[in-house]
Design a protein around this ligand. Structure first.
Ligand code: NDP
Length: 243
């Protein structure tokens, strides 16, 4: 396994959930972490906890200029970027006949465009350095869809297509990894407004869920492989989840 100490790792969606938990684990291992999300207070508190090897950059991943700024700030502080994790995402799921088109738009802007803007911001830097690792969080919903998750699932299928294609284009130089989590404890879904989804699943607390630490361990496994080994995809579910 390769050491994570001193690796410069940028994480979007680091203010809560799997991004925040992974940032803590990485800081313990001596990485330099750059944390991005919209909620400045959460990021500020986390950076205060992690110490000198962590900074935050308030970032809205649906804005291309914010991702450009994020990567520039990371380079200004730590000299370069070794790893970018495009992890930010939202999941206000609904059925098509409810017509919650504004929520569809937000999922497309954050879950798809956010990943694209992240790739665009960091790719020239990594290609120039001749190394780098780009990861993204898709979902098991990016492998298989079901009623009520059509748009969310569509965004995560898109993440899969984008990352698979990126790998084919840059595999000689850059590592590309897609993570496909099943149900995981986090704030995801807090913004569901669909009456049909609420009637079916309540607040989604009834289902088995993995601890965020399971994703942190998967992430660390992917980024600590020796130079000639790439973990392309990781799918993990809590025991008992079958779809
Ligand atoms: P959380 O809701 O806890 O975390 C989502 C993170 O994304 C937050 O830090 C949030 O920060 C950030 N985010 C949302 N919108 C934006 C935006 N416009 N710009 C920047 N950051 C944004 O959930 P998870 O940790 O579970 O989610 C992480 C990823 O995992 C998501 O992509 C999600 O789709 C995926 N996933 C989660 C699963 C689960 O069961 N939890 C299963 C499969 C995939 P802020 O609001 O401060 O901007």
């Amino acid at each position: 396994m390769e050491s994570i100490k001193d690796k410069v790792i940028v994480i979007t969606g680091a203010s809560s959930g799997m991004g925040a938990v992974t940032a803590r684990r990485l800081a313990e291992l001596g990485a330099k972490v750059v944390l991005a999300a919209r909620r400045k207070d959460q990021l500020k508190t986390l950076v205060a906890e992690l110490g000198d090897n962590a900074i935050y950059v308030k970032t809205d991943v649906s804005k291309r200029a914010d991702l450009d700024n994020l990567i520039q700030q990371a380079i200004a502080k730590f000299g370069h970027v070794d790893v970018l994790w495009n992890n930010a995402g939202i999941m206000p799921i609904s059925f098509f006949d409810e017509g919650l088109v504004d929520e569809w738009d937000r999922m497309i802007d954050i879950n798809i465009k956010g990943v694209l803007y992240g790739i665009n911001a960091v790719l020239p830097h990594m290609l120039q350095r001749g190394q780098g690792h780009i990861l993204a969080t898709s979902s098991v919903g990016g492998l298989k869809t079901s009623p009520g998750i059509g748009v969310y699932s569509g965004t995560k299928f898109a993440v899969r297509a984008i990352m698979d294609t990126l790998r084919e284009e840059v595999a000689q130089t850059i590592k590309v990894t897609t993570i496909y989590p099943g149900a995981t404890q986090s704030e995801l879904g807090h913004d569901i407004t669909s009456p049909k989804i609420k009637a079916l699943y309540g607040n989604l607390t009834g289902m088995p869920k993995m601890d965020e630490d399971a994703i942190a361990s998967a992430f660390i496994y992917a980024i600590s492989q020796p130079g000639n080994i790439v973990v392309n995809d990781i799918t993990l579910r809590p025991q008992g989840q079958t779809r």
